[in-house]
Design a binder for this molecule. Structure first.
Ligand code: NAD
Length: 248
């Protein structure tokens, strides 16, 4: 029988904006308890308040995903306050674009620290409560760029490709505990991250998308909801592209 995520406890990183915010709202509306985590604690509070206004259960946590010790401590608190952790969505991400020859070392390191190590930090902290209940779902938000590369994004593409290796390794390690680990690879999604792009660049991207439009945060959140539900019980170690057909 199909089971949604009602009553499950979900942790979403980068939940204060864009795709992460939509995942929080969608999971909250589906009856999950939410830990909305974001380095921008105020943005996380706004999202948690919106979920509560709609009758849901949510708490906000101001946390930098790249801070290993802080993540372990916050997740211990989340597990106590929410009464466990069943679902983790590693969504927090940043870009620091630039051509390889001009890219500063700190821009490479920072993008790896947030996008890749941040996901490791949260998986490590959240899989303990999942192991206890022998049920868990981990969803890592990577990017099509991690599969196809992108000029000007050597740091970001490396981090996103790394997340795919992390996903598959964690899937193999955690499968015996009934924890699935999958990645979702969005293409070009309209969010604050992409709104800085000028119209000419936007047009070039859209011309390469068979569905001829940018994706929405809801397009990505729907796939995350599917992966968190019982409909995806037998899916692990996969990368699901949500890109309007950009990469085939
Ligand atoms: P966004 O900038 O709207 O949201 C990212 C959120 O992450 C923000 O709320 C930000 O405060 C938070 N964040 C940043 N650094 C953090 C840190 N160190 N600790 C905790 N939180 C932090 O971006 P978005 O477009 O919604 O992107 C969400 C995810 O989707 C990212 O991982 C991004 O790489 C990925 N993605 C986006 C697109 C796209 O086209 N928008 C495409 C592919 C993948």
């Amino acid at each position: 029988m199909f089971e949604g995520i009602s009553g499950k406890k979900a942790v979403v990183t980068g939940g204060g904006s864009g795709i992460g915010k939509e995942i929080c709202l969608r999971f909250g509306a589906a009856g999950a308890g939410l830990a909305v985590c974001d380095v921008d604690g105020d943005a996380a509070k706004v999202v948690a308040a919106e979920i509560k206004e709609q009758g849901g259960n949510a708490r906000a946590y101001g946390i930098d995903v790249s801070d290993y010790a802080a993540v372990q401590a916050v997740c211990t608190g989340i597990a106590e306050e929410l009464g466990g952790i069943d679902i983790l969505v590693n969504n927090a991400g940043i870009t620091r674009d630039g051509l390889l020859l001009r890219m500063k070392e700190e821009d490479f390191d920072q993008v790896i620290a947030v996008n890749l190590k941040g996901a490791f930090n949260f998986i490590k902290a959240c899989c303990r409560p999942m192991i206890k209940t022998r049920w868990g779902r981990v969803i890592n938000i990577t990017s099509v760029v991690g599969q196809m590369g992108n000029a000007g994004q050597a740091n970001y593409a490396s981090a996103k490709a790394g997340m795919i290796g992390l996903t598959k390794s964690a899937a193999k390690e955690l499968a015996s505990r009934n924890i699935t680990v999958n990645a979702v690879a969005p293409g070009f999604i309209a969010t604050p991250m992409t709104e800085e792009l000028d119209q000419a660049t936007r047009d070039v991207y859209i011309a390469a998308i068979p569905l001829r439009r940018t994706g929405t945060p809801a397009d990505v959140a729907g796939v995350c909801l599917f992966l968190a539900s019982s409909a995806a019980d037998y899916i692990t170690g996969q990368v699901i592209r949500v890109d309007g057909g950009m990469v085939m």
